[in-house]
Design a protein around this ligand. Structure first.
Ligand SMILES: [Zn+2]
Ligand SMILES: [Zn+2]
Length: 192
């Protein structure tokens, strides 16, 4: 999750929130790289150290795709030179391609691989499967604290799981069998 707030000055304060552990990094004009986070092709923002290592052929494919572009900083590198790179060097190149945008493929994202989950996704999935209304859960939360303005996804997940005796880790493991790819899971939880 990424948000950015602009002020009258040219500087802006940015915040990055890890979709897995909830870690928040913020600062003036902070980049994803400075926050030590990466973003996957499906828009998940995660801490760099939570990233899975990509198969070598995936990293090579991504770097070679970028080498086709005239602006690529890897222009002039031969396939032989590329093949001699270590996995660590390839990973660095993969992250810094596209001018340091720090984007990673599905293979490197634990959420896309159904190893970890974001509460946002899981809340949407549970709402679809178990039809517990968010308003109802929110009313319960407000009974404990009247000042609460919004229901957190994590609270919704906890409530539905306890009501139906579900274990989030088991649900996430079953999603891989059921949907195969994150894209299909995403389409399922977001269809009208
Ligand atoms: Zn994290
Ligand atoms: Zn992802």
């Amino acid at each position: 999750m990424k948000f950015r707030k602009d002020f009258v000055t040219n500087s802006s304060s940015s915040s990055f929130v890890c979709d897995i552990c909830g870690n928040v990094e913020s600062g003036w004009d902070m980049s994803l790289q400075e926050a030590e986070m990466v973003e996957c092709v499906n828009g998940h923002t995660i801490c760099q150290d939570e990233m899975l290592s990509a198969p070598r052929e995936v990293m090579l494919r991504l770097i070679q795709e970028e080498m086709q572009q005239s602006w690529s900083r890897f222009n002039g590198m031969t396939d032989t030179e590329l093949n001699e790179k270590t996995d660590e060097e390839l990973e660095e190149m993969m992250l810094e391609r596209d001018d340091g945008y720090y984007s990673i493929p599905e293979e490197c994202c634990p959420i896309c691989q159904f190893i970890e989950y974001s509460n946002k996704d899981l809340a949407k999935y549970l709402e679809r499967e178990y039809k517990v209304s968010r308003d109802e859960v929110f009313d319960k939360v407000k009974q404990l604290n009247k000042r609460r303005k919004k229901l957190y996804d994590s609270e919704y997940v906890t409530e539905v799981c306890s009501r139906f005796h579900l274990n989030p880790a088991e649900i996430v493991a079953s999603l891989k069998d059921r949907f195969g790819t994150y894209r299909r899971f995403y389409d399922y939880i977001h269809k009208g």
